[in-house]
Design a binder for this molecule. Structure first.
Ligand SMILES: C/C(=C\CNc1ncnc2c1ncn2[C@@H]1O[C@H](COP(=O)(O)O)[C@@H](O)[C@H]1O)CO
Length: 212
């Protein structure tokens, strides 16, 4: 269960999407298409890794086709490689390196949705969860389930917890959703968390036992 109570909201949100630079399976591509469509039709803005490849491209094209403002955030070295493909972006931010790119994608977001992906996607998802765990990123994160893509990662999180390395509630910083539409509903419903909510989270952390 997420730590944040559900809050109905129809406001436009900036949703950062993490997803594969490769297409993965046909089912993953369908999920990417549906996610982009849901973001655009919901009146939300998309921030993503600016790649004109794989699930990134599918998501961005679908979001743009459904009316979303699409912001790509790309490190200079990838920009030089992939310049033409990034045309789908409504606006493009070029960063010095991958670290600055990830920070911008996180800072600009009201909420996060992850589709299946590889090391890059896993790194981005773990960054958000690790920050949230320390009270530094009180923004909702949905992991879209496609053929059990997140099952092994969630099992690893449980194993790590059972070995004593995370506190109870370790699984409150992300929500696996059955569909892309459910992911958008989830993150836009709770994206209106206020700074007061963050302060409560930090307070709870301060009172929790253990080194963290
Ligand atoms: C131009 C070439 C590849 C383009 N690769 C990427 N372009 C943009 N963003 C990328 C790229 N690779 C990783 N990212 C970021 O990580 C996530 C995807 O990585 P994964 O390993 O495929 O999961 C994605 O969210 C991006 O932010 C060479 O032809």
């Amino acid at each position: 269960m997420p730590i944040v109570a559900g809050m109905t909201s129809i406001e436009s949100r900036t949703i950062t999407v993490f997803c594969g630079a490769r297409p993965g399976s046909p089912a993953a591509a369908v999920a990417a298409e549906r996610l982009g469509h849901a973001i655009g039709m919901g009146g939300h803005r998309l921030v993503y890794g600016a790649g004109g490849v794989g699930l990134m491209e599918v998501t961005a094209r679908a979001a743009a086709a459904a009316g979303a403002v699409v912001t790509g955030v790309v490190p200079r070295f990838l920009y030089e490689l992939d310049r033409v493909q990034q045309a789908v972006c409504t606006d493009l931010v070029v960063t010095d390196d991958m670290f600055e790119r990830k920070r911008l994608m996180i800072d600009r977001a009201d909420a996060f949705v992850a589709l299946p992906g590889g090391f890059g996607t896993l790194d981005e998802v773990l960054e958000v969860i690790a920050l949230a765990y320390l009270g530094q990123c009180p923004k909702p994160l949905a992991l879209v389930d496609v053929d059990g893509h997140w099952d092994a990662l969630c099992a690893l999180f449980t194993d790590v917890h059972q070995r004593g390395f995370t506190r109870p509630g370790f699984d409150e910083y992300y929500q696996v959703t059955a569909s892309p539409e459910a992911a958008v509903d989830f993150v836009t419903g709770v994206a209106a968390r206020t700074s007061h909510d963050s302060a409560v989270t930090c307070l709870a952390l301060a009172h929790s036992s253990g080194a963290d």
